[in-house]
Ligand binder design. Structure first.
Ligand code: F6P
Length: 403
């Protein structure tokens, strides 16, 4: 396939590592004598390309102005699904826009919805390669943005312990992740959270309460200054034991048509407070630890914190900058080799790895077998702990298995 000019699109929710993807594409393209340009604002920009006067060419000077370690995307984002646009001529409009700017192929970085458009555009004869991106980590391969989100969740959660300890509060940290709990899980473990609630495990709040009571009461009882906190990380897509999702219905839907998830942290707090109020042992605990003040301070405080978009913002982890560069460069190689409709999954040595985008976007959930290991280390996942029954396997080569 003769590719002289590549259009770069980033789409869906922004996250860490995307600027490294853009630089990886631009620099590899430059190395191969190919020009790369930004198609701004995700698929909205692709649809409206025909009306634009110019596109930004990522020559060496322009690329050097992009800071790879900054999260977010120099190319901009939108949550627009081409198939949903009510215009019977939308694909011709897109093709004409690409023709206008002599763009021969697209490299598109995004998550499952974005990937489904890659499949759609490929079927329409538009050459595209997909770079996996989502802080949710719910694609089959690793996706840029995941490691940055995990690190930020871990930092925010860990930092909250100082205020939690000062006020003896139960801290509930609600984090993004949509319908999977990868980042809540890894970020929670990274911060040594006491309890981690994931969409993959319906939550039994009586079990959470009992774990909290034992851990938190013991901690304060044992402290010489009677200080302690208990930290819960809850993924936004969590459900209760009856299988009901705990989000606030009034949050609405986004442009991809997904329910906006919010409110799980508040729900968890209410469940904890309800049980604290009803528990006859709480007053004795408050009294023996010197906290009880009648009518003012009868039960420990529980507070939810929702960092929301902060988790996707700021700086990218070094891992994501590495992965982004490699995946961006790998995508250019795949595109020039005609491997369109595929997702680059990594570069190992000199091998560029890829899989069909239709496969790559299938949802990957947390492997709940692994939770039992962490339960044996003391973490509560809102269920009765399961015994960890290990199996052994000898490996014969080193694997870069960060996630
Ligand atoms: O898909 C990434 C994600 O960060 C989800 O975890 C979260 O539910 C959603 O995006 C929030 O999106 P928005 O930026 O549209 O509010």
């Amino acid at each position: 396939m003769s590719i002289k000019r590549i259009g770069i699109i980033t789409s869906g929710g922004d996250c860490g590592g995307l600027n490294a993807v853009i630089k990886g594409v631009a620099r590899k393209a430059y190395d191969m004598g190919i020009e790369s340009v930004v198609i701004p604002n995700g698929y909205a920009g692709l649809y409206n390309l025909i009306d634009m006067d110019n596109v930004v060419i990522l020559n060496a000077e322009r690329v050097s102005k992009i800071e790879a370690s900054l999260a977010g995307s120099e190319a901009g984002h939108s949550r627009v699904k081409i198939s949903k646009i009510d215009d019977p001529n939308k694909y011709d409009r897109i093709k004409n826009g690409l023709k206008k700017f002599n763009i021969d192929g697209l490299i598109i970085s995004g998550g499952d919805d974005t990937g489904s458009v890659v499949v759609d555009l490929s079927e329409q004869g538009i050459p595209c390669v997909h770079v996996p991106k989502t802080m949710d980590l719910d694609l089959q391969p690793y996706s840029v943005g995941g490691d940055s989100a995990i690190n930020r969740i871990a930092i925010f959660t860990r930092d909250l312990k100082t205020t939690g300890m000062s006020h003896n509060r139960i801290i509930i940290m609600e984090v993004f992740g949509r319908y999977v709990g990868h980042t809540a899980f890894r970020g929670g473990v990274g911060a040594e959270a006491d309890c981690i609630l994931l969409p993959e495990v319906p939550v039994d709040f009586d079990i959470v309460y009992e774990h909290m009571k034992k851990t938190y009461f013991d901690r304060i009882d044992r402290s010489d200054v009677k200080a302690g906190t208990y930290v819960i990380v809850v993924a936004e897509g969590v459900s209760n034991a009856s299988g009901e999702m705990l989000y606030d219905e009034s949050a609405g839907i986004d442009a991809f048509g997904h329910k906006k998830l919010a409110g799980a942290g508040k729900y968890v707090r209410q469940q904890i407070e309800k049980r604290l109020k009803a528990d006859p042992e709480v007053e004795a605990f408050m009294t023996r630890t010197g906290m009880f003040v009648p009518g003012i301070y009868a039960i420990p405080e529980a507070r939810e914190v929702t960092p929301g978009h902060l988790v996707r913002s700021g700086h990218s982890s070094a891992y994501d900058v590495n992965f982004g560069h490699k995946a961006g460069a790998g995508a250019v190689i795949l595109l020039t080799e005609g491997k369109v409709g595929n997702t680059v999954t990594g570069v190992e040595g000199k091998t560029v790895l890829y899989m069909a985008t239709s496969e790559a976007i299938k949802r990957r959930e947390v492997d709940i077998e692994e939770l039992a290991l962490f339960e044996s280390l003391g973490i509560c996942f809102g269920r009765k702990p399961v015994a960890f029954k290990p199996e052994l396997r000898e490996e014969h080569r080193a694997i870069d298995r960060a996630m």
